[in-house]
Ligand binder design. Structure first.
Ligand code: ADP
Length: 496
């Protein structure tokens, strides 16, 4: 059984900001309301956070609009924008321990993961886009006739950014990076479960020299603060990461204004292991693929397809590793898995575990709560899973792996693609031709070969099918923050 250590308050971070950040000021919500943010390891209240709603979003949009329409940010030398972004990265680096502790406290992820994973990746993304700031340019186009034609790449305007709770700081970086580099201004709503680090980042951005009104952070709930961002005519574009259900609501609400939208949504990613693979590496990849971040990853490798010839042996490895995974206090440096983010997620995941058992899958590891305080769940492996079971079809967003057996390549591709999602996939094989063949035929935005969860700020990430549209990261990630303007100049002399 997974071991558990009692949560303790080591390295408790200082919580400096719990108010809204609007136009460079820290302000209470207009309504005076606050909401609690909870430590998922102890179920204790961490802080009361100002609860923004439509009235606060109105002020934030006004500030962002003014900063975009009249302020220095879109007009300054692009290189200077890049320099300010670089300064922000230096400030994040200087406070990395404190930020990691805050992230862990609010989200429940092991502090070592935040310190060595999330925050370095966030810094990378912001530095990468800081480098883009002065490299965004158009083209000259050889049109017919006596004309000089060129394109300009201009910022799309005020970006509304709505982010989830699973990677709070990283999502801030993925959203702010391209928006700031492009010269956009921002109204961000962090998730209600994890508002603290986005507020801390706003403080650092101000210290780095981001002008007032360029970044506004309004914590609050989806149907109030989130919906107000989506519906506000002063917002030009909405970037959303979260669930497909919420994306559908956003799409309907944004339709009236034909607002630009990018979505990064859920997944049920196939992780495919052929018999010729390096099985030790594949088993380690299967482990990381499902359990990273307590299984709360949109690209989690939650459907593990194993070739029948090695199925028994491979499952044994996966089960053994799962049982050894250390679940417990996120502040203990030895902890590999913390609690799920909140009670709702915990209940949802436990419901899926029950449904797996009820539908006849074999629970080969885990399947139970860990301890009686905090939202800890055992790393769980189901075998004898059939494609039509709920645990093989729906996104669980928790530490629950479904193992499926395959024997034939054509059957495998058909089954792996038989999902409404298309975010990520992985294939493990020593046969290079087969690796590329599978990579080509899987309908997913990212395919990893002999690895899993390898991210880089330069490599685009996003979904096929109902896993979203638009891409984040890389050059593609800039596209959704830019408009292309075509300028055509007659070269005929005046009076000709
Ligand atoms: P999850 O199920 O992962 O929490 P959600 O899609 O519910 O995913 O939440 C992701 C983000 O979307 C959060 O910041 C949440 O507050 C916000 N959100 C939820 N509902 C709405 C909505 N109707 N309009 C805008 N944002 C919303």
């Amino acid at each position: 059984m997974a071991t558990v250590t009692a949560p303790r308050r080591a390295a408790a971070p200082q919580i400096r900001q719990t108010q809204l950040f609007i136009d460079g000021q820290w302000v209470p919500a207009k309504s005076g309301k606050t909401f609690e943010t909870i430590n998922p390891a102890t179920e204790e209240v961490i802080a009361q956070v100002a609860e923004g709603d439509a009235a606060d979003v109105e002020l934030a949009v006004r500030a962002a609009r003014k900063a975009f329409d009249e302020g220095p940010w879109p007009r300054m030398d692009a290189r200077e924008r890049g320099r300010i972004m670089m300064r922000l990265c230096d400030l994040i680096e200087a406070e990395i321990d404190e930020l990691a502790a805050l992230e862990s406290l609010d989200n429940g992820k092991p502090v070592s993961d935040a310190r060595t994973g999330d925050i370095p990746l966030a810094i990378d993304a912001l530095r990468y886009y800081a480098g883009w700031a002065d490299k965004i340019h158009g083209q000259t186009i050889p049109v017919s006739g006596n004309y000089f034609c060129y394109t300009r790449r201009e910022p799309v305007g005020v970006a509304g950014q709505i982010i989830p709770w699973n990677f709070p700081i990283l999502m801030v970086a993925w959203k702010w990076g391209p928006a700031l580099a492009a010269g956009c201004t921002i109204v961000m709503k962090p998730a209600e479960q994890t508002p603290l680090t986005a507020l801390h980042m706003a403080r650092l951005a101000q210290k780095a020299g981001v002008p007032d009104g360029v970044i506004n952070v309004v914590p609050g709930f989806g149907p109030t603060a989130g919906a107000a961002i989506v519906k506000h005519p002063g917002i030009d574009k909405v970037a959303f990461t979260g669930s497909g259900e919420t994306a559908q609501i956003i799409m309907r609400q944004a339709a009236d204004q034909l607002k630009r939208l990018t979505f990064e949504l859920g997944g049920k990613s196939p992780n495919i292991v052929f018999a010729d693979a390096d099985l030790a590496a594949a088993a380690a990849g299967a482990h990381v693929g499902i359990y990273l971040n307590q299984g709360q990853c949109c690209c989690a490798g939650s459907r593990l397809f194993v070739e029948d010839k090695i199925h028994g042996e491979f499952v044994e490895r996966v089960v053994e590793q799962s049982k050894k995974r250390r679940v417990g206090d996120p502040f203990d440096p030895g902890t590999q898995q913390g609690p799920q983010v909140d009670r709702a997620q915990f209940d949802k995941i436990m419901g899926y575990i029950e449904s797996g058992k009820a539908e006849g899958a074999t629970c080969a590891a885990g399947g139970r709560r860990v301890g009686d305080r905090g939202f800890f769940i055992e790393p769980t492996v189901f075998t004898n899973v059939k494609d039509e079971m709920k645990i093989a079809r729906e996104e669980i967003f928790g530490p629950v792996l479904s193992v499926l057996k395959f024997s034939d390549m054509e059957e495998l591709i058909r089954r792996a693609n038989a999902t409404t999602f298309g975010l990520a996939a992985a294939v493990w094989t020593r046969d290079i031709a087969r690796a590329h063949e599978v990579a080509k035929r899987l309908r997913a935005g990212t395919v990893w070969v002999n690895c899993y969860d390898v991210f880089d700020a330069a490599a685009p990430f996003g979904g096929f099918k109902q896993s979203g549209f638009g891409r984040e990261l890389g050059e593609r990630g800039l596209d959704s923050y830019l408009e292309t303007k075509t300028v055509t100049v007659s070269l005929d002399p005046p009076g000709a």
